[in-house]
Design a protein around this ligand. Sequence first.
Ligand code: SD4
Length: 337
Amino acid sequence: MQRRKFLHLSSLGLGAFSFKGFAGGKMAARKPIVISTWQTGIAANAAAWNVLRNGGRALDAVEQGVMVTEASQNCCVGLGANPDRDGFVTLDSCIMDEHANCGSVAFLERIKHPVSVARRVMEKTPHVMLVGSGAQQFAVEQGFPLEPQQLSAEAERNYKEWLRKGEYKPVINIENTKSQTSSAPKRFDNGEWNHDTIGMVAMDAAGNLSGSCTTSGQGFKMRGRLGDSPIIGAGLFVDNEVGAATATGQGEDVIRICGSHLVVELMRQGLSPEAACKKAVERIIRIKGSKAKEIQVGFIAINKQGQYGGYCIQKGFDFAVCYADDKNFLVDGKYLL
Ligand code: SD4
């Protein structure tokens, strides 16, 4: 590399980023790769990795990955999760591929795998989003079984406890990052975690990107409330030229800044995934002012070089990264407050 060229890049502040990972002057992309939010991401990544290691599409990986979390009955996501304040579990999910095809479902009840319904919306309809009873009707037409309307034992317990106070207050999503070896963390009341979502982004061996996001939304939310997770651009965004990002935490504040889209656009301008996530978090903190300490938001992202990163508002956010059979590990999200 000529000295003059190096100095030019350095003066743009791009030196460190641009030269890291260069092999013979050419950036060797790390692929395939999959990353996902929270410790539940470890098990989800393992399923996604199974697809990726066999040369499968990132789209299949991000669907099959988060299906693991949706199916875990005692978990944050899916039908075993906490209900809304009227006692019903309502699910939101979206998926996006390398061609900017996207599908989304929201306020969906009694369907085990909302991410797969979102994929059907993407592939079988001319639309992007279906909600509520229409989404459920479509799911049933597509052959998804209607599950019993029944809370899991854990959600039932949590709901009864919540009803005693009936307090409508968003929680700060965190988990105990010390229990990093666990892929099945326990509920925060017992000392471990309190979140409701998994977001996943992946790049396959062909270098194509996809992402998915699926959630039960905030526990004990108002009936009909949607967060960022099913909103393309907020909870998830993929641009196959640049990178992919997904979000977790206080959905209203992710929507306010079109969070995942913002992260991808910042990467387009040359920021690393971590720096882009940090800038998006900074923007939320600026908007919220003194109220920022009352909320949590975390972003994670990958770029076309297979670099990954994440950032959050408060301590206690982590994400799972997988890029080899023996490399599926948790990373503590850096935080600003
Ligand atoms: C929402 N972003 O519905 C989701 C909640 C979440 O961990 O991420 N919880 O606002």
